[in-house]
Design a protein around this ligand. Structure first.
Ligand SMILES: Cc1ncc(COP(=O)(O)O)c(C=O)c1O
Length: 440
């Protein structure tokens, strides 16, 4: 079979260079860009740049394209909707696709109903709403979030986000946020040898030392930390969180913006955690590239906010709703979920070889098809190696694979390829990744 990667110029090609130079002149430099290429089109798991070079996409628009680039059924759904209604605003009136999507999400989430959903435009906006709902519902203000957590870049969500590189010079932040250690076993210094749950003990201690439990509105957690380096929460830890929330009347919010919508082999990662959250936040792959996010949760919590306390002009735009309804259709037969598991299995199998072959590969981990590779300077000391990640990512681009970094220490490569990627494309891309490791 002919390879999918097809490079016609050095990377970046001349036309990419031109567009990127225009971007640098026209767009503030604070907007990060992982790669100096300009993209023209994409289909499935392949993207083509303005110079005609075709790459295998291992990033999927940062976890937005689980259903693949430009799936024909989704494009048709958007096109059909565009002929009828582009925008109306749920603040002005009602259109059926908004309601239908909320109904389907209410049924789909792993929360025993009755549930309700409000739609928004971005993950950060949805997290903001989830926090509002928890504050309203409990009459409390404090929020517990986690080290390594990422929830967005608006003021409230930046207050919840842990990585200081995103927060530099932007404080003061929302004052009532308390930070608990995340169960990041590979880089944990809290337990000697095997994990003994010291981080969960620490969280309970925080309710004595940092914040009184009756002041806590919500605990917000990513069931698989995304930006933090694809670290799944052990179900035993999630159960302790659930018990703590039940004991103290705290709202448990699962931020599934990155790990949701099929990435982990189930529609929601919480399905694999053995307990229910009270609220789930989704975005990214919910609408295959259209800007959409959702907050879905127990109806009595969702209904606690006063009339006018939530909403925005565009939230649940008809085009985005049409796309999301078709995304849900695509997930219905279970094939994409099976693909997530199969993709994850194939990466892990390669990862086992890599950990034997390359001393700089510290950990290959994740859940389902959400896998990251953590690079270290030396496996015995586990000192993070962000430089290796920068080199691997640059090598991959030069050789036709788009990757992206992650991790509290910026020392992970995260793999979020569209789930429609073929096995041949996946293996071809992993061959390039392996060659990049060899080149170090
Ligand atoms: C877990 C998580 N929550 C929230 C967000 C913020 O989403 P958005 O970038 O759409 O605002 C992200 C984005 O990466 C995320 O990964």
């Amino acid at each position: 079979m002919a390879p999918s990667i097809n490079l016609k110029t050095a990377i970046p090609g001349p036309k990419s260079k031109e567009v990127v130079a225009r971007r640098e002149a026209a767009v503030p430099s604070g907007l990060y860009k992982a790669h100096p290429i300009a993209i023209e089109s994409a289909k499935g798991a392949l993207v083509t740049d303005v110079d005609g070079n075709t790459f295998i996409d291992f990033v999927g628009g940062i976890g937005v394209l689980n259903a693949g680039h430009a799936m024909p059924e989704i494009v048709n759904a958007i096109t059909d909707q565009a002929q009828k209604l582009l925008h109306f605003s749920a603040l002005v009136g009602t259109y059926e696709s908004y309601v239908a999507l909320c109904e389907r999400l209410n049924e789909a989430v792993p929360i025993t109903g009755p549930n309700k959903t409000i739609l928004a435009n971005s993950g950060a906006e949805a997290v903001e709403n989830a926090i509002k709902i928890a504050k309203y519902a409990t009459g409390r203000t404090a929020i517990i979030a986690f080290e390594g957590g990422y929830h967005g870049r608006t003021l409230m969500t930046l207050s919840l986000t842990s990585k200081t590189a995103f927060k530099k010079n932007l404080g003061p932040f929302f004052p009532d946020v308390y930070r608990a250690p995340f169960p990041y076993e590979y880089q944990c210094a809290m337990c000697t040898n095997a994990c003994s749950g010291a981080c969960a003990d620490q969280l309970e201690k925080m309710l004595l030392t940092h914040v009184e439990p009756s002041a806590v509105a919500a605990i917000i957690i990513e069931p698989v930390q995304g930006e933090g380096g694809f670290i799944p929460v052990p179900p035993s830890y999630m159960k302790r969180l659930r018990a703590l929330c039940d004991k103290h009347g705290i709202v448990l919010i699962a931020d599934e913006v990155q790990c949701g919508f099929g990435r982990t082999g189930t529609l929601f990662a919480m399905e694999q955690m053995g307990v229910e959250p009270d609220i789930i936040v989704t975005a990214k792959s919910i609408a295959a590239g259209m800007p959409l996010a959702a907050v879905t949760g127990r109806a009595h919590l969702m209904d606690s906010v006063h009339l006018g306390g939530m909403g925005g002009t565009y939230g649940g735009n008809p085009l985005a709703c049409a796309a999301a309804l078709e995304v849900l259709n695509q997930f219905q037969d279970g094939n994409l979920l099976e693909r997530a598991t199969s993709i994850g299995g194939q990466i892990r199998a390669r990862g086992e070889q890599w950990t034997k072959q390359f001393p700089g590969i510290g950990d290959v981990r994740g859940l389902g098809g959400m896998i990251a590779i953590e690079f270290v300077k030396d496996r015995s000391t586990r000192v993070p190696d962000p430089d290796a990640v920068a080199k691997v990512s640059a090598y991959c681009l030069q050789h036709g694979v788009i990757t992206m970094r992650a991790g509290l220490y910026t020392n992970c490569i995260r793999l979020l390829m569209p789930l429609v990627i073929t096995d041949e494309q996946l293996q071809e891309g992993l061959d390039v990744l392996e060659a990049a490791m060899k080149s170090l």
